[in-house]
Design a binder for this molecule. Structure first.
Ligand SMILES: [Zn+2]
Length: 148
């Protein structure tokens, strides 16, 4: 579930790593410390690690994405409208303006009302203000409203 929250944090523009499934708790914790990141977890055992107790991790009490979003606003001051859609939700790379030759990759239906086309230099994914992004933007706005 925190994977989904991680993607939403990226959608809001926050530099967010999502732990790989195969990693042991120890490795996840070590990675967070090495990269100077705050580890968000719902795993109480993770909090028993020394680094977690030194402040490198935070235990979330929420149980769905919606309540987690509110908890992050409340406890960390997360601004859900910080820099919406400035990062790739899949790989966390900052997005750049897509070169014109990538425009034909957008479905024709979306292309007619195309304003801004962004590309991820990391994984090649394209982003544009289609229905999907509009829907997500509404969710971000609603989280921000509830927290403010
Ligand atoms: Zn990407």
């Amino acid at each position: 579930m925190l994977k989904r929250l991680g993607r939403w944090l990226r959608a809001a523009g926050y530099d967010t790593e999502i732990a790989d499934d195969g990693l042991a708790d120890r490795e996840v914790m070590a990675q967070a410390v090495a990269q100077g990141r705050l580890l968000l977890t719902r795993d109480k055992q993770m909090m028993e690690r020394r680094a977690a107790q030194a402040g490198a991790a935070m235990l979330l009490e929420c149980n769905d994405t919606d309540s987690c979003a509110r908890e992050l606003s409340r406890r960390l001051g997360v601004d859900w409208l910080y820099r919406p859609f400035s990062r790739c939700m899949i790989c966390n790379t900052p997005l750049v303006a897509a070169p014109p030759e990538q425009r034909p990759q957008v479905p024709p239906k979306a292309r007619t009302r195309l304003e801004i086309l962004l590309a991820c230099p990391g994984c090649g994914r394209l982003y544009w203000e289609g229905h999907h992004v509009k829907r997500m933007r509404k969710v971000l706005e609603s989280w921000q409203k509830k927290s403010g």
